[in-house]
Design a binder for this molecule. Structure first.
Ligand code: CA
Length: 408
């Protein structure tokens, strides 16, 4: 179907509703309104129509409004339900009349009983680059009516993360489709992890969309996703659903993820215990050292370590490196002098971990992260040598690979 066909058959245009589920209640918290075109029992998405650059904006604005009105009518006439209503809008279209027609439409429905604080306006990140200040002003104006703002398809590419914070969005919508085909895409996962930290800092709720399989749902749960949307949960439907439709299924999924996560944490903690016991033995076999002999001590220690680690060094409580790096190249340990005196206190969790080790008098195994120099995924085991000095030992990728569940 082409644009003219759609424009001349407005009766065939309708709205579908895709439910959005919450992790804390396992029920439907809202619906995204999606445009559909129904002809002779075939239902086609209007997504292509809205994304086609060739189609004039006036057409899109008209159809957008038609779909929204259809949906809002459906919502206010359905049985009482407090679900959020996610409405997609192109920022450029809103600005074309200073956002007035959109607000006027909503206010009309407000008179018919719609609470405006149920409305979530979805603006895609791609649409934010132009007229940035105007959009921010408009969205802030909408917010005074209780309307919530979601940034759709957040990637942090078109806008800086500072700009995202400027919007004070209530919800960040993140697409998980990429994970379906590329489960091992570490940089994508790292980006999502940073987004989850950003969401937490700015007080935005993270919504993961396009969830099509269990792995993505698990990932969403594990990465701070509070809201979930995708055909793995529910397809877009012409009707609103019972909010508890997936309660049992989601509860069961969640319990499985918790079980998995706990088992994983136990593996990590038990490895930390083993590493600690091994290290204490190795230290006992190595000639004791004062601070000025730490380099010799470290080099002697590496003779006991085998192939688990590939880099070891000692820092003081403020993160200043007291020794060289001792670095394993295949089977031989080499001394890298240039690291003496560097400071590592800027690293995430560094000082926190120092205090933790000092208080607990125990070693710590870090989370998995990419090593700055080798680019490989590693973990670091750190261990207190008394109150003020700390041993850092980087575990090799090969070693972690051979252990069950440690690259997760
Ligand atoms: Ca959307």
């Amino acid at each position: 179907m082409d644009a003219l066909e759609i424009m001349s058959n407005p009766d065939y245009v309708t709205a579908y509703f895709q439910p959005i589920f919450s992790a804390d209640e396992h029920r439907i918290v809202g619906y995204e309104i999606l445009g559909r075109y129904i002809e002779e029992n075939t239902v086609a998405s209007l997504g292509a129509f809205f994304h086609d650059e060739e189609i004039p904006d006036e057409y899109k604005i008209e159809i957008d409004e038609l779909v929204t009105k259809f949906a809002l009518h459906e919502i206010i006439t359905s049985a009482s339900h407090d679900a959020l209503i996610f409405i997609n809008r192109d920022a450029k279209h809103l600005l074309s009349d200073d956002g007035e027609s959109f607000l006027k439409m909503l206010k009309n429905y407000e008179k018919m009983g719609l609470e405006l604080n149920r409305i979530v306006l979805e603006i895609s990140e791609e649409g934010l680059t132009e007229n940035f200040a105007d959009i921010v002003r408009l969205l802030q104006y909408y917010k005074t009516y209780g309307i919530k703002i979601a940034i759709d398809n957040v990637k942090g590419q078109n806008t800086s993360w500072d700009q995202i914070s400027d919007f004070a969005p209530d919800i960040l919508k993140v697409d998980l489709q990429k994970l379906r085909h590329d489960v091992a895409n570490q940089s994508f996962k790292d980006m999502l992890y940073s987004l989850s930290l950003l969401a937490r800092k700015i007080g935005a709720t993270l919504l993961f969309q396009n969830i099509e399989m269990d792995y993505q749902l698990h990932f969403a749960w594990r990465n701070g996703g509070r809201y979930y949307q995708g055909i793995y949960l529910e397809e877009p439907k012409p009707d609103l659903l019972d909010p508890d439709i997936l309660r049992e299924k989601l509860k069961e999924k969640c319990q499985n993820y918790i079980k998995y996560e706990k088992r994983h944490l136990e593996i990590v903690y038990s490895l930390a215990d083993i590493l600690q016991a091994d290290l204490v033995q190795s230290i006992n076999k190595t000639k004791k050292a004062e601070e000025e002999d730490y380099n010799t001590f470290l080099f002697e220690l590496t003779k006991q370590l085998g192939n688990k680690y590939f880099r070891v060094y000692i820092c003081d409580e403020n993160g200043f490196q007291l020794t060289c790096n001792v670095f394993r190249n295949e089977q031989t340990w080499e001394i890298q002098k240039e690291y003496v005196g560097k400071n590592w206190s800027w690293r995430p969790y560094f000082l926190e971990n120092i205090i933790k080790m000092r208080n607990d008098k125990k070693g710590l195994l870090s989370d998995i992260y990419s090593d700055l120099e080798t680019g490989q995924l590693i973990r670091t085991f750190s261990y207190p040598l008394g109150q003020r000095h700390f041993l850092f030992m980087d575990l090799s990728y090969e070693f972690l690979y051979e252990q069950d569940g440690l690259l997760y």
